[in-house]
Design a protein around this ligand. Structure first.
Ligand SMILES: [Zn+2]
Length: 488
């Protein structure tokens, strides 16, 4: 045992031993268990520690003191301790001290994993409550009031359990106000001030539950809610996805084309007008159901709070609706994180008539449009380089598929923007099955997302059960790869 190696060959007086024990075992014991100089002297008088005043203490006495300290903590009385410690050989003392330290380590692991699994349960219930709340707000248009009858049962349950976590950590209950908890949900868990959330092994430590720009449950939040038994029925993204597939499948022999055209339009024109939607539909001869889907399920009128000087302003980079900056309402900013990561300065593109403007609903801005910014960059780069490419092929088999002409190999790219790398790794284990098709799969992480946690890609790979099933790289690396393929 490493910690005990530090006692080998040790020599010194009582004050030095008292200091050494307190330093070596600071993580294992609370301060009251460490012997003072006079306690060490008392243990000697009781016949537990061998030494007398005339000579220096050695490793043997240090091990006796160490074992005594742990046995006292376990509740043993001094006469019983003397029987276990006094007449032992050096080898026996080393074994005994090693066993006692092991026992404490195990105890601590069980204790902390119990807290961790309890905390995971609390978070999954909170994530589920947030999804339900968002669903209710979107469907009813009601604003959150802290009246119990207005809040989902799951959310109330989560608030009280979260309050208990604070109290168990020796803190005040900081979960009494739903508004305060929801505000905290826009920060990563490790910034919440609860010790268990800062543990580097806590699986959700980097998760943010509510998108700080769009105020919708994040992908991480959906994952936590789903993984821990939450139903998928109330997850709106899922509904939209299924609806679009149905519409595409209903067209004879054109399902893939219709699906791709719809997703591409939503990704490229998340702020548009009713007239432009009509023109696109007619140009590509899309079915009437597709038009109804866009008008009712995907787009909405622009709320007045998002206008600037009465106008709907389009982002000059990603073409979405610019919002008034909450800190300086006259200043527009782009609510798409992926766009801001690429181009930090705001550029105003077109100005649309507020009455005619239509903007994609917030949850689809978050789950479809924000990732589409990087998906379309990869797709456009491949097209520009003359590489055969397909966007959302086979109704979303992947985001982009390319053909490497030289090796005749298909390469599928999937953009993943989970903020938490561990969560993403776990997700990939269940979502990817290599047997399905012969193409090579590359998971691409937006550079701005990977920057949020050091070793992001290594952490994802650590979680993967089948490490050969896919490659993981940054979007910037994927762009270089496309250039290389073009020149090959
Ligand atoms: Zn933008």
């Amino acid at each position: 045992m490493k910690i005990l190696q530090q006692l080998q060959g040790w020599q010194g007086k009582r004050p030095a031993l008292a200091h050494l024990l307190a330093t070596l075992f600071a993580d294992l014991l609370s301060p009251e268990y460490f012997p003072s100089v006079s306690t060490l002297k008392y243990w000697h008088l009781q016949g537990i520690i061998d030494n007398n005043e005339s000579r220096r203490l050695t490793e043997r006495e240090a091990l006796q003191a160490c074992a005594t300290m742990f046995l006292k903590r376990a509740g043993d009385k001094l006469p019983a301790i003397r029987n276990r410690v006094a007449s032992h050989s050096l080898k026996q003392l080393r074994t005994l001290a090693g066993q006692l330290i092991d026992e404490i380590l195990q105890e601590q692991q069980i204790g902390s994993s119990r807290v961790a699994s309890h905390a995971q349960g609390v978070m999954s219930s909170l994530a589920h409550g947030i999804v339900q709340l968002y669903h209710r707000v979107v469907l009813s248009g009601k604003i959150v009031r802290q009246r119990h009858e207005d809040l989902p049962h799951e959310l109330l349950n989560a608030l009280s359990r979260l309050g208990r976590l604070h109290i168990e950590a020796g803190q005040e209950d900081q979960a009494a106000s739903v508004h305060e908890v929801l505000a905290r949900c826009r920060q990563p868990l490790h910034a919440w001030g609860l010790p268990i959330f800062t543990d580097s092994h806590f699986p959700f430590r980097d998760c943010v539950l509510i998108d700080p720009d769009l105020y919708v449950p994040t992908i991480d939040c959906l994952e936590i809610a789903q993984k821990h038994g939450g139903s998928t029925a109330d997850i709106l993204e899922h509904e939209s996805f299924e609806r679009l597939r149905e519409i595409a499948q209903a067209t004879e022999g054109q399902a893939n084309r219709v699906y791709t055209l719809m997703r591409e339009f939503i990704g490229r024109f998340s702020l548009t007008t009713y007239d432009d939607i009509l023109v696109y539909m007619q140009q590509h001869m899309l079915p009437n159901e597709a038009l109804l889907f866009l008008v009712n399920d995907v787009y909405m009128e622009v709320p007045e709070a998002w206008l600037i000087d009465g106008k709907a302003l389009r982002c000059g980079h990603c073409r979405t609706l610019l919002r008034p900056d909450p800190r300086q309402p006259q200043m527009p900013y782009c609510p798409m994180r992926a766009c801001r990561d690429l181009t930090p300065s705001t550029t105003i593109g077109a100005q649309l008539d507020a009455r005619k403007a239509r903007v994609v609903k917030p949850h689809l801005l978050s789950y479809w449009v924000n990732p589409a910014i990087d998906e379309l960059r990869i797709y456009d780069a491949a097209n520009a380089a003359g590489i055969p490419a397909a966007l959302y092929p086979d109704m979303d088999r992947c985001d982009i598929s390319l053909k490497d002409i030289k090796s005749n190999q298909e390469i599928d790219f999937d953009v993943k923007a989970h903020r938490d790398p561990i969560m993403l790794g776990k997700r990939l284990n269940v979502s990817v099955s290599t047997s399905e098709n012969q193409s090579k799969l590359i998971i691409v992480i937006p550079d701005g997302v990977a920057k949020l946690r050091s070793q992001y890609i290594a952490l994802v790979k650590d979680e993967l059960i089948d490490k050969d099933a896919m490659e993981i790289m940054l979007v910037s690396t994927a762009m270089h790869l496309i250039k290389r393929l073009a020149h090959a």
